[in-house]
Design a protein around this ligand. Sequence first.
Ligand code: ADP
Ligand code: MG
Length: 575
Amino acid sequence: MESRPPPAKKFKTSQPVCGQRRNNALLQEMEIEQQRRELPIYRARGKLLGQLRQLDTAVIIGETGSGKTTQIPQYLYEASIGRQGIIGITQPRRVAAISLAARVSEEKKTELGTLIGYTVRFEDLTSDKSKIKFLTDGMLLREAIGDPLLRRYSVVILDEAHERTVHTDVLFGIVKAAQKKRKELSKMPLKVLVMSATMDVDLFSQYFDRAPVLYLEGRQHSIQVFYTKESQSDYLHASLVSIFQIHQEAPPSHSILVFLTGQEEIEAMSRTCREIAKHLPQGCAQMSVFPLYASLPHLQQLRVFQLGQKGCRKVILSTNIAETSITIPGIKYVVDTGMVKAKRYTPESGLEVLAVQKVSKAQAWQRAGRAGRQQAGICYRLYTEEEFEKFLNMTVPEIQRCNLASVMLQLLALRIPNILTFDFMSKPSPDAVRAAIEQLELLGAIECKDSQIILTQLGKKMAAFPLEPRFSKFGVRLESSRSNTSNIRQCLAHALFLNAAELQLDGTYATLDTRQPVAIHPSSVLFNCKPSYILYNELLHTSKCYIRDLCVVDPEWLYEAAPEYFGRKLKGVNS
Ligand code: ADP
Ligand code: MG
């Protein structure tokens, strides 16, 4: 009895802790409110809302960090513009959609998934109450298949329009048509806002029937940009030198964001950084290295948003997924290699290849912008100013450098009357359209009758999957395959028969479709094995054209999957 503390004492000790917590929360709320007021966009709030209230469509351009993405949806909601429906904001990447929804929800002091939510592939954190919804462009496109008029939305904000992902480009046409149709049918009007920090405003304004362009002035924090004096032959080595130079000179609370090109490069660089950091002279701060790339598990991706440990430098090695939209707390330095891994497509060969190439000027400015989100920042460009001047101004739209099978299938599912004359902002090449239609016909997704293209029952099912047509053709009878993988591999053959490669007499491989020479990627378990026929998922162009994500198949299965096609390609197998 004596050891138990009297109740009054217990109450006394716990009260200040609770009070402290409440005070901290209150302080944090006030701080966030203060941060909102200090954003450059805040000064333009009244005028901006006056204009947006009147306009059906607007193109909005403002420096990165001015507050476009986090503030405009809130301003509209607070001013009761578009409250009769949902205010949807698209993002090219899921990590951006999720982190922005979380930030705006925090700013509005609501629980994520109530007033403010997000929808990304395989995850929907919204409810009936959600009025501001961040979603990937791919998810809005999927919703449009269910309802091409997007009737749940009062406002659609197409953010980071300069990225010109294939989904955003299709959405431009879809929202434009939905807006017109809703007006004709006297339904709730649809407001369309197109936003970016680095876009060709004339092109966008022209496309949206000469929509007014609204310029937001001002940047909250300055960013100093430095170029190398000489051209760098090895950007990985140059990045390492920059990271450790900054590490030795700057306070550990200044985090570093480095733009690299892909998973393997990032994982290898992470290991090297950790190794070097172990052997630094005494007195040098510790270093935590965080990789960030699209295929990294979601929870690991979110770790980059956590504040770093006191006295320990945070270094983030990322692909271009950290290039736009997001704010990673603590970033003061950006190291930009100027390189990116991007898709390239040649319809003649039918090959969609991932290749490392130079970024555009728009991308380089977006990367620099990540340094000045919460404080003045510094961007080291690992290329000379002359090299920068030679970069393309804008990124080539993805629609002009990818396989269009998925887009064409979605347009058919969207019941677009004539997919060949769809209102694209930048038209894809006729050869790429023809190749896509041929591929869909081979997969059994469409039928071409009397110069009309009709979606088959299988095609309808395939369009419902958030996957490329060659993957959605899989959907396997549910039964245990035990240790026998042949039924799974057979199934893969039925879907991926266009991605088959054949062993040649000299021990090399060539694709069956176009006889392109390819090599098994060294990371594959099949490296140094020589199976006769293999399927691949990805083509990667570095020193050679590599194939990876492989599976051994029987040529008979390929023939069964598309007899007519392989009748032409596989001499001997069908005899
Ligand atoms: P824009 O879209 O114009 O580039 P945002 O609206 O995304 O700008 O962000 C404006 C500013 O709000 C950022 O520069 C940063 O100061 C602050 N901010 C946004 N998201 C976060 C976050 N998750 N954590 C801390 N600050 C943030
Ligand atoms: Mg933004």
